[in-house]
Design a protein around this ligand. Sequence first.
Ligand code: MN
Ligand code: MN
Ligand code: MN
Length: 289
Amino acid sequence: MVAAVYDLHCHSNASDGVLAPEEVVARAARQGVTHLALTDHDTVAGLEAAHAAARQHAIELIDGVELSVSWQRRTFHVVGLWIDRHAPDLSAGLARMQQARAVRGVAIGERLERAGLRGALAGAQAVAGAAELTRAHYARWMVEHGWVAGYEEAFRRYLRRGRSGYVDGEWVEMSEGVEWIRRAGGVAVLAHPLGYDLTGAWLRRTLEAFVAAGGEGIEVSCGTAPTPRQVEQLGGWCRRFNLAASVGSDFHGPGHGARELGGAPPLPADLPAIWHIEQAQRAPIPAAE
Ligand code: MN
Ligand code: MN
Ligand code: MN
């Protein structure tokens, strides 16, 4: 038997990824991933195409989404896994989020234009194609047009909080976002917990609120926390809060970000993996054939 390789966090061009959903699935299969969750930002639009590809490549596709949520005026990302992508509350919520992203996307463009980056809105829209605009699309446009040397610089100089192109998102409250996921039969996982610039005290408070809201896991091995020291640290939080551990590359495309599909380091063996929680909670899912 081939060992299972899980990657429970990645993006397609249904949000800010570069590859089409079917390309993401094909690439994951080539990288040896056996269980893949496609988790686009605030949309499930890529999942249908991904399922068709998953059947072709004999890879198990888990329906997922990455929600942007607000808590204490900060933005966090919550990954929903094993969701029913047609669940009514989730669908209505995602429609609302897409609308908020559309408004924010235009506002970012207007701010960048005022800061002197001519053609930002139209340029980013061309990069985004059918997807709702995100900061990543603006960053890619800036790189392509030589406004900045690289993706990171685009965020540092223009797109992060406090910079000329930053616009607050009107995201769902964390408790409500977790509720959407749970009502859709899914499991809520706090994404990249070390990616929010939190002190230990704030991370503890955040995890308390997340657990109170019904969150069941955190990413322990993820694209933004690749070092053994960080995996160790996140494992500690996992044990302390009795949470399940998840693993995801946060892949956005070849050459975008540090991690390849399936490339996040393995979870420490003593931690309860999120897929064990999932399997214990429901009837076995028939194998996709
Ligand atoms: Mn992204
Ligand atoms: Mn994220
Ligand atoms: Mn992500």
